[in-house]
Design a protein around this ligand. Sequence first.
Ligand code: FEO
Length: 395
Amino acid sequence: MPPRKVTGRIDWVGAVDWDRRLFDGIIPLPGGTSYNCYIVRGEEKTALIDAVDTSFEEELFTNLFKSGISSLDYIVVNHAEQDHSGSLPFILDLFPNAKVVTNGKCAELLTELLLIPGDRIMVVDDRQSLSLGGVSLQFLIMPWVHWPETMVTYCPEEKILFSCDLFGAHYATSKLFAGDDEEIRVGAKRYYAGIMMPFRTTIRNHLEVIGDLDIEIIAPSHGPLYDQPGQMIDLYKGWVSEDHSNDVVIAYVSMHGSTKKMVNKLSDELIALDLNPVLYNLTCSDPIEIATSLVSAATLVIGTPTMLFGPHPLALSAAHIVNMLRPDTKYLAIIGSYGWGGKAVETIDGMLNHIKAERIEPVYVRGQPDEQDFAAIAALAEKIAGGHRELGLLG
Ligand code: FEO
């Protein structure tokens, strides 16, 4: 992808990764991704905002060349994760007079992860400004967007916020701006769910700081830019809020059909009670899609048979991912079937120790569910509905 003009003084010079299908060895990327970085030209100095994944460093070099960049004074690093910083050693070799500009925590991580020498790093404080001549960069340290060292960079003269991962989307596109593309907003929610959901309280505070800035463009480090920044900020405010939907996420796996029959019965009962069951068969579901549903769902049900001496491994994996991402789920139940024992319910429940949801009595049956078991499932649906009613989600 060639360089693109964002404003008179700012170019996009990143890379679009159309082919990438997995991030961190676990997060599916159905729509690829991009590693955005930007050139800001002042009258005296030139800065690069973030860099790209190591695999695209030559593309970054080409884009810098095409943008007419023959020297760089600063490389602002908003975040040390290697999809943005991996090409930093290469860029520092290309521009031996350039300094990395970042906060103290990020400087530590860059030294540890990429062996960046300390004398190449200029450490800045929260809200410190750096003049490039006629245009400036202000650094706002915002820890725990999902790592401890994250910050954003604001250019007041151009009214643009370089937000790095915040507001990003793993989404490969030739569009520079998202416009009204709903698919990109879905990608942004998926991105939030997959890496930022555990830090929603912190992000809520960061959104207040960002709300005080005069922003016309949000320029994240993944996916397209937003020239209606209020829309994206409002979406984030909704995702980090304590509001819940009437959804009941049922993530399940069934070996010989018994757990599936229980899931189907529960789904039917929930629908009859005006709740919205959202079913994910774990043999063919994307874990981040489940996480995305859990951004607002009031209830999670995990359905698992016993396999040998414990829960099915796919249910274990799902429980582990949910526990890592810590959705604000209010009610939790476990259902399933066993043959000759095991501790599936206790094991799954124990793995969900970060989920503070109220536990509803599990329905765990021996063999194929009978009428009595289906009555227990109907009672479970009633209890879930009662919980949703308490939350004001049902009339
Ligand atoms: Fe896009 Fe946290 O790196």
